[in-house]
Design a protein around this ligand. Structure first.
Ligand code: ZN
Length: 335
C-alpha cells in the first residue's frame, strides 16, 4: 500500500511538537470499550524544546515488562529543563502503554508485540495504531532514537547498549558512536533473530541514528541497571549536542553476535538448570544448561550445548522452560 492511501492517524497529541519550552501531555488514542464507551488510551509523553538543534526521540516500554527505560525516562521527563536543551527531546516512557500497565510484554488489548508491529496501521489494532503514529509522525521528527529494552519476565541480559550493522556505513558509524557514549558496561554489535516489523528497522530505514539497549531482565530493574539507564541517556544527549557537559565515561567491553550460532533454543520443556551465569566465558561444545523432564523421576536431562565461544550474554529467566524458548545467547568479545 502506498503512503498516500493511508488514512490519518486516529491519535491526537495534547502537546505541540513545534512549541518552545517543557510540555507534559499525552498521545490520546480513542479506544471504545466495555468500561469506557467513548474512552481513550492516554500515552504519557513529554516534549522539551529550546531553539534550533537536533531532535532526540527517547522511548521505553516498547515491551511492557521491561523497566529500566521507563524509570530513566519518567525521571528525565520530570527533571529536564528547557534552558538545558539545545534542540528538542521527545520522551515516551512507555510506548506500548496498555502492555506497560498490565506488566506484560505484549498488549492485553490485542496481544500486539509493539516491536513486531511496524510500520503499523492507522485502521489496525491499538498496537498497530501506536506503531503507525511512531512510523509516520514521531520518527520523521527525530535525528537520533534511543529505544530501551531489557529481558522482560522471560530473559535476563548483561547490561549492554547496542546498534546494528547497516548497509549505510556512515549511519552505522554514528550509531556506534552513540553506543560508546551511552557507556553501558557492555556494548553490542547486535544481530536480530528476525528484524521484520521492528521499530529498530523502521527507524534505520528512515536513516535515523538508532540505538537500543538490553539492561537486565526478569521483569524488574535493579539499582545498578536503573543507574546505567539514567547515566546512558544523559551521555547520549550530551554526545548529540542536545545537553551540555562532559560525558560520564565508563569502561565498556565490546561484544559481537556474529551469526545465528549465538542463540540456543529449548527443544523440550522442563526444569532448567543453568550451568553458567551471565558474564561467564563459554567454549563451543560446553554444556550451557540441563533441562530436566518433570513428568517423572529417573529420566535423563536434555543437554543444551554452546555452538560458539563467547560470553554468556543472556539466559532464560524463569525456572521452568518450554519447547522453543530461548535458553541462552552468547556473544564474542571484540578485541
Ligand atoms: Zn524488549
Amino acid at each position: 500500500m502506498s503512503e498516500h492511501a493511508l488514512r490519518p492517524s486516529p491519535i491526537s497529541p495534547t502537546v505541540d511538537f513545534s512549541a518552545e519550552g517543557v510540555q507534559h501531555g499525552f498521545l490520546r488514542l480513542p479506544y471504545s470499550r466495555d468500561d469506557s464507551a467513548w474512552g481513550s488510551v492516554m500515552i504519557p509523553l513529554t516534549v522539551v524544546k529550546n531553539g534550533e538543534g537536533p531532535t532526540a526521540l527517547l522511548t521505553g516500554g516498547n515491551h511492557g515488562d521491561e523497566y529500566e527505560g521507563p524509570i530513566a525516562l519518567f525521571d528525565l521527563a520530570r527533571t529536564l529543563k528547557a534552558q538545558d536543551v539545545t534542540g528538542r527531546v521527545i520522551i515516551v516512557p512507555a510506548m506500548n502503554y496498555p502492555a506497560f500497565l498490565a506488566g506484560t510484554r505484549t498488549s492485553p488489548i490485542d496481544r500486539g508485540n509493539m516491536n513486531r508491529s511496524f510500520p503499523g496501521a492507522p485502521d489496525g489494532s491499538v498496537t498497530q495504531k501506536i506503531a503507525d503514529y511512531f512510523q509516520r509522525t514521531l520518527l520523521p521528527l527525530a535525528d537520533i532514537v534511543l529505544d530501551y529494552h531489557s529481558g522482560g519476565r522471560t530473559l535476563d541480559f548483561l547490561p549492554f547498549c547496542a546498534a546494528h550493522v547497516l548497509p549505510d556505513k556512515a549511519q552505522e558509524a554514528k550509531a556506534f558512536e552513540l553506543v560508546r557514549a551511552f557507556g553501558a558496561p557492555w556494548s553490542m554489535k547486535m544481530l536480530e533473530i528476525d528484524a521484520v516489523g521492528m521499530y529498530d528497522t523502521a527507524a534505520e530505514d528512515m536513516g535515523k541514528i538508532f540505538i537500543t539497549t538490553e539492561l537486565g531482565g526478569g521483569g524488574t530493574a535493579t539499582a545498578k541497571s536503573a543507574a546505567i539507564a539514567r547515566r546512558g541517556v544523559a551521555n547520549v544527549l550530551k554526545a548529540a549536542g542536545i545537553l551540555k557537559g562532559a560525558l560520564e565515561t565508563a569502561q565498556t567491553i565490546w561484544l559481537d553476535m556474529p551469526d545465528g550460532n549465538c542463540f540456543s533454543f529449548a527443544e523440550d520443556g522442563g526444569l532448567i538448570e543453568p550451568v553458567f551465569d551471565l558474564g561467564d566465558d563459554v567454549k563451543s561444545g560446553d554444556l550451557v544448561a540441563r533441562i530436566y523432564p518433570i513428568g517423572r523421576t529417573g529420566a535423563q536431562p536434555l543437554e543444551v550445548k554452546a555452538k560458539m565461544d563467547g560470553i554468556l550474554t543472556a539466559r532464560h529467566f524463569p525456572g521452568l522452560v518450554k519447547s522453543g524458548d530461548c535458553v541462552s545467547v552468547l556473544a564474542a568479545v571484540v578485541v
